[in-house]
Design a protein around this ligand. Structure first.
Ligand SMILES: *[C@@H]1O[C@H](CO)[C@@H](O)[C@H](O)[C@H]1NC(C)=O
Ligand SMILES: *[C@@H]1O[C@H](CO)[C@@H](O)[C@H](O)[C@H]1NC(C)=O
Length: 164
């Protein structure tokens, strides 16, 4: 019994230390819903994402691909994009790629308060620049800036610090 408790303690301890290290290194919060910063305040994207498995931004065309994006709540399109945050679909509909998951994200905040979400999968990386905007929510696909690296901009009131 004692040994089990000690092992349990060691496991938990390792778990928390690892997380603390990751947090310090790249501000990894794991989730794309909300972020809190001591200098600028809070960003809350839970009103941008839709809750019922349909993406807030669906099939936005850029060059040869469509892009779908839903912050905060996962959605699915076809079998290749299951429970994802961002899906890329070829124009012909023959290929689907996962560009990001809601739970594999780091937040990057510049010194002047510009926020960027960085979604990483094993094969692809997508940055979503947050643009403070007081009109209807909008998603711009800026394109593939490097092989398998994608650049998006989300315009929303909720992208403003303390906006939502
Ligand atoms: C992480 O947060 C710290 C303190 O707020 C900041 O100085 C640093 O630039 C951030 N790192 C990234 C990658 O955004
Ligand atoms: C992403 O696109 C925006 C808008 O075109 C641009 O200002 C920014 O430099 C791009 N970022 C990267 C990493 O290419």
């Amino acid at each position: 019994m004692k040994i089990i408790i000690i092992l349990l303690f060691l496991c938990l301890h390792n778990h928390f230390t690892e997380h603390a290290l990751i947090d310090n290194k790249n501000n990894l919060t794991k989730f794309d819903c909300t972020y809190k910063d001591a200098r600028f305040g809070r960003i809350d994207l839970s009103k941008v994402g839709l809750k019922h498995g349909i993406p807030a931004f669906r099939h936005v065309l850029k060059d040869d691909y469509f892009y779908s994006y839903n912050p905060c709540y996962p959605f699915s399109e076809e079998s290749s994009c299951t429970n994802v945050a961002i899906c890329q679909i070829s124009k012909t509909g023959s290929a689907y790629y996962v560009l990001g998951l809601n739970s594999m994200v780091s937040w990057s905040i510049t010194a002047d308060g510009k926020a960027t979400l960085v979604y990483s999968t094993d094969e692809r990386q997508t940055i979503v620049n947050l643009a403070c905007w007081n009109e209807i929510d909008q998603l711009d696909i800026n394109g593939e800036y490097e092989a398998r690296h994608y650049n998006l901009t989300l315009f929303s009131k909720c992208a403003c610090w303390n906006g939502c």
